[in-house]
Write a protein that binds this ligand. Sequence first.
Ligand SMILES: Nc1nc2c(ncn2[C@@H]2O[C@H](COP(=O)(O)OP(=O)(O)O)[C@@H](O)[C@H]2O)c(=O)[nH]1
Ligand SMILES: [Mg+2]
Length: 292
Amino acid sequence: MGSRYGPAGAGKTTFSSALIQHLRNNKRSCYYINLDPAAEDFVYEPDLDIKDLITLEDVMEELHLGPNGGLIYCFEFLLENLDFLTDPLENVTEEYLIIIDMPGQIELYTHVPIVPSLIKALTKGSLNISMCAAYLLESTFIVDRSKFFSGTLSAMSAMLMMELPHVNILSKMDLVKGQMARKELKRYIDPDISLLQDAPTSGLVYEYKDGLDNGDPTDAQKVVSGDSFAKLNRAVGQLIDDFSLVSFLKLDAQDEDSVGAVLSYIDDAIQFHEAQEPREPNDDLGDGDMGE
Ligand SMILES: Nc1nc2c(ncn2[C@@H]2O[C@H](COP(=O)(O)OP(=O)(O)O)[C@@H](O)[C@H]2O)c(=O)[nH]1
Ligand SMILES: [Mg+2]
């Protein structure tokens, strides 16, 4: 099973559709779940849709909540009505790749009771599903290093909270292809501290400047040009480096090979192939897509 999340607009739903298409092309079974209560049109109709339980629109209207509060409410409601999700999954066998398309709001992942609780319900007990989280970060963020690093830190904190095998994906690679030297791009795929140390075109001022301190924390310009900020950046870079926690796979959702390559990492993470029942040779005579 894969569960896709990441900032809104990062390309999660597009990646889900591309994966479904790829699985179909390869005669693999797939079960598609939408857990975004605000999702609208789908290329492939979900097999299970949170909107049949609750929609963000209704929650916002009836409870007078804003979009973020409304989203949290929807997930709390889902957690109170977990059967909606877990009952249908009881019948989904191991040859299926279950794709769960998620909303992007990071709060859902980093605040303990929500997505981490959901994950426990799926990975433990009778379902015992082997899960992998896929975090998507839009590759155009590369041009703004502070955005790239904030995305990388979000990936890291979510990774720690979810306690799942994880793949981090730079999406929409077609948009940056040719705009950046291969060598430069490589530094983002496996980011390290040096990225923060030489970021001349980004909003980050990284140099150590003696004497220029941040006396006035309300002056944003002073804060980001001061040495405390430089130290913080170095510490963040060091943290990412020390843990070697975050590296990225490249994705162009339009490119079938690229989708296949990312899927092979996900398959490895959930040990998909190991979990398949060995087939009798004459199984091949039957319908390859059993159970659908
Ligand atoms: N160029 C390009 N655009 C993409 C790609 N993936 C998604 N998009 C576009 O990015 C926008 C947001 O995509 P969506 O999948 O809805 O993002 P989500 O909010 O993360 O589910 C849409 O307009 C997509 O067409 C990609 O690989 N390349
Ligand atoms: Mg989406």
